[in-house]
Design a protein around this ligand. Structure first.
Ligand code: ATP
Ligand code: MG
Length: 556
């Protein structure tokens, strides 16, 4: 996928280069560790392209590991959706899919080891007391009265926890580190707690579950991860990560490196908040094309290559920033401009009747599928006396700037003839319903012989042979660039984030459109067939992106 010259450079790759040069490591092993509590979003795509991309470029390996220590919030459906998204992005994980829960037995053993070394204890303070003892950023914590219980007693208490002899919340296993540390995470963090919940992988085997900070580093060590790459919010926790690795008999010593997370304007990037949008039916589902999820982008017509290119363009640093939507849109627009076949669709149709075209004649015009890339081939488009054109492409009178159809003026029908408008019919409200024109039979693929040249080109479909379709126009889901900063994001949801247009007329070749595969609808933008059409045979097209950057204007 990425040849040597095309490799990105960033501080993490520099560290890896140095580790390989110095012989600290001879091969690279990374991992991507999603928690299966929601669908992956575009932020995760950044993390995926980073960790999987490194494995690819260094002939290393990247594991897919579900960080599944929170069974109440997790779901097997998310486990499946996440795998699909990683594969769709074009990556392969090394070996089987892994789960932190695969290591619950080993993790339990490591916890016992800490107790045996006098480095962990069962604490019976309740939640409120625990909070009080912990202190604050400005005030050191106090030692728990259970901190100095004997090793034997702690082993017995931990066994009781494991055997289900304590209610939830009564006690927890804590690492014995430093209650006065300036890093809150080092103030005797909880490493195991009691939870009587069914787990999607381990069933009812366990009623104690390890905490993330204990599980993550040890899972890395068990899997032989060399470079454990995560986002900056885990920077402080790296102290705890290293403490755990130093204090139990791990099979390897992984290191954690942090980079800044992706923030994208006009979107939310937290699974918890995205889940709220789904739960409250503010969007259709996790893969609603307005969602910043990978599944949402796929359904909207984004390609894996465009998302990979986006993560490359934004780079990897330790600086917090927010990326403009136009950066992402440029990536898909460039990809589709090169790769999407063209087709014609009329979103707001009015009739165009060619008065001098024979009543019973029907032609199959051969049209290029791509203006510059012959590899896309050609298709036939039916043409006859009655067509549809866009209502906005006709005016009775207009100035020179309007390069479309005007009475007594000529325009080219894309891939067909030059026509000149003669008159029109209107309804009672004065809306044009039918435009009449004449065509010049001698202008198929060439200019008129009288030396005139039509000013504009408009798209059209055959009235009789065209198909009915629905088009969904998507806009940003929020009206402000940073909805996460609002106290209530509900107040800034864009009411016009979806506009559905029915009665659209599309050329008949689109009957063969494949879900998710994009077309450029001439002069309208890029569209793909929706991947979740309930009524068989119905044609519903999602707009992936417009032809030009409209965001630049929005932000001014
Ligand atoms: P969220 O806050 O959206 O729920 P998370 O960090 O809890 O995200 P995880 O499933 O734990 O989600 O994340 C898996 C990996 O993806 C982690 O290594 C995390 O650092 C990374 N990640 C999550 N969000 C982003 C983001 N916005 N940009 C880059 N990487 C991210
Ligand atoms: Mg998380």
């Amino acid at each position: 996928m990425s040849d040597a010259e095309n490799r990105p450079t960033n501080f993490i790759r520099n560290i890896i280069d140095a580790d390989l040069d110095s012989g600290k490591h001879t091969s690279v092993q990374t991992r991507f560790p999603p928690e299966p509590n929601g669908f992956l979003h575009i932020g995760h795509a950044k993390a995926i392209c980073l960790s999987f991309g490194i494995a690819q470029d260094y002939n290393g390996k990247c594991n897919l590991r579900f960080d599944d220590t929170n069974p109440e919030k997790e779901d097997i459906d998310y486990v499946h959706a996440i795998q699909k998204d990683v594969q769709w992005l074009g990556f392969e994980w090394a070996g089987e899919v892994r789960y932190s829960s695969n290591y619950f037995d080993q993790l339990h053993g490591f916890a016992v080891e800490l107790i045996e070394k006098g480095l962990a204890y069962v604490c019976l303070l309740n939640a409120e007391e625990t909070r009080e003892y912990r202190g604050t950023l400005n005030k050191p914590g106090k030692n728990s009265p259970y901190r100095d219980t004997s090793i034997e007693e702690n082993l017995a208490l931990f066994a009781k926890m494991k055997n289900g002899e304590f209610e939830e919340g009564v006690c927890a296993l804590r690492a014995k580190i430093d209650m006065s540390s300036s890093f809150m995470c080092m103030r005797d963090p909880i490493i195991y707690r009691v939870r009587f919940v069914h787990h999607h992988q381990t069933g009812d085997k366990w009623c104690i579950y390890p905490m993330y900070d204990f599980t993550h580093c040890l899972s890395d060590a068990i899997e032989g991860i060399t470079h454990s790459i995560c986002t900056l919010e885990f920077q402080d926790n790296r102290r705890l990560y290293d403490w755990v690795i130093e204090n139990v008999s791990v099979p390897s010593t992984p290191h954690q490196y942090e980079f800044s997370r992706l923030n994208l304007e006009y979107t939310l990037m937290s699974k918890r908040k995205l889940n709220t949008l789904v739960e409250e039916n503010l969007v259709d589902s996790w893969d609603d094309p307005r969602m910043p999820t990978i599944a949402g982008f796929r359904r909207r017509g984004y390609t894996p290559a465009s998302i990979r290119e986006f993560t490359k363009r934004i780079g990897v640093t330790k600086m917090e920033n927010t990326i403009e939507m136009s950066v992402l849109e440029a990536c898909i627009r460039e990809d589709l401009n090169d790769n999407a076949p063209r087709a014609m669709a009329v979103l707001d149709p009015i009739k165009l009747v060619i008065e001098n075209y024979p009543e019973d004649k029907q032609e199959d015009l051969v049209v290029k599928n791509h203006p510059s890339d012959e590899a896309h081939g050609t298709r036939t488009v039916p043409f006859s006396k009655e067509l549809y054109i866009e209502a906005e492409d006709f005016r009775e009178e207009a100035n020179k700037k309007y390069k479309r159809l005007v009475i007594d003026k000529a325009v080219r029908l894309r891939g067909a003839y030059v026509v000149t408008a003669t008159r029109c019919d209107k309804d009672e409200q004065g809306n044009v319903t039918t435009v009449y024109c004449t065509y010049n039979e001698d202008t198929l693929g060439k200019n008129p012989t009288d030396g005139t040249k039509p000013k504009g080109v408009i798209h059209w479909v055959d009235a009789d042979k065209s198909l009915d379709a629905t088009v969904r126009l998507y806009d940003r889901l929020f009206t402000v660039p940073n909805p996460a900063a609002e106290d209530d994001f509900h107040k800034v949801i864009n009411p016009e984030s979806l506009v559905e247009i029915t009665g659209v007329k599309v050329e008949p070749s689109l009957a063969d459109a494949k879900a998710e595969s994009a077309y450029q609808f001439e002069r309208q933008g890029y569209f793909c067939l929706d991947n979740d059409i309930k009524e068989p045979g119905a044609l519903i097209f999602n707009r992936t992106v417009g032809l030009r950057d409209t965001w630049a204007k929005v932000s001014k």
